[in-house]
Design a protein around this ligand. Sequence first.
Ligand code: ASP
Ligand code: MG
Length: 436
Amino acid sequence: MKVLKFGGTSVGSAERMKHVANLVQDGEKKIVVLSAMAGTTNTLLKIAAYVKAGSVTGAENEIYMLELKYEKEVQNLFSTEEWRENTWSGLKKLFLDLREETHRPYSLKLEKRIVFFGEVFSTFLFENYMRELGADCASVFALDFMRLNEDSEPDMQQTEMLLSKQLHEAGEHEIIITQGFICINAQNEIDNLKRGGSDYSASIIGACVEADEIQIWTDIDGMHNNDPRYVEGTQPVPQLSFEEAAELAYFGAKILHPTCILPAKMKSIPVRLKNTLDPEALGTLISNDYKKGKIEAVAAKDGIAVVRIQSDRMLLAYGFLSRVFSVFEKYKTAIDLIATSEVAVSMSIDDTSNIGAIVNELRRLGTVSFETGLSIISVVGDLRSDNLGFEAKVTEALHDIPVRMISYGGSDHNISLLVRTEDKVKALRSLSKALF
Ligand code: ASP
Ligand code: MG
């Protein structure tokens, strides 16, 4: 059994959906996980924002326009009047449900009940289309199995148990269709796995059914060895370890939701990134294997700030770092990179919303300064100590760019450097030239 997830652009129009329908009919058993059609989740969030602002007409206008879009997609997708009418009347009911939600008072819970419709629309359209084609398919409803625990983390045990029950009830079929993103939380309310969370859904489902492979289908041919928006001639990386992929996803490669591969990794299930626009392309295979001694890719992440604290009290003292970290903990701010010397420590953060308060509290511990407008450049690969000269190549490539901080040795597969965002493109280009 395989799990195939198709993202928003892959199901973004009737044309693209037909293409996906083609791809999934190969006689092999699979679970197909769908995101909302491209743009729909954003529109639903806009609708929720209108509800929040008390603008009934604003919300209604957006719903009306969304309804028109889906009406057009139904026209284009189906070839028989019967399935067109069937599907459209089903969708109209769903739109009525959506309207009803928008008449309730705003809350974050309500917002989640509103964005929920995106994945419901796309799977409803897709399943009906597969039926019109006569495909051997059935669907399971994500709310009937995808569960969060008290910490708002996936409840793997519950989910596995419920999914297995749902799959059993659905019976044997070539294709089982379900929604990504949406779930039920520990309070028994509709919730979701956060923006981009359909990848996560696919990985959780794959882990629960112990799939042979999890495939994430997008519109790019895998993870590239550099950012194609800034660097010409980037190449897809054929193979990455789970650790390398996680670093890349976290440090900027937008193609994959960073936490998404954890469930797959726990069960050692390979994750393959594929391109719906070029299904023959190899894409990227993420597994426990890695290429020995190879630098695989470079990625960048913007919006980074660095906080530096200097204190004589740090000299030969224990407990200093723990006092520093507790300030970040208090403001629920994650630290990404750290560099320490005997009398100072620099830490990078990407959530700067509490930076003022953090800096103020840190002043009790020493002299504090901070800088914003920075980017993390992350170089990923197999960097074990027998791989000589690796860091030299990286720093040599950046010899004419001011580097604010370097973090090396924290893991065997990553070296991260902090540069000013205005130097980022130059840094990415020089690294590509030097490394690939
Ligand atoms: N539809 C959701 C979003 O736009 C989930 C996803 O696409 O993965 O964030
Ligand atoms: Mg996505």
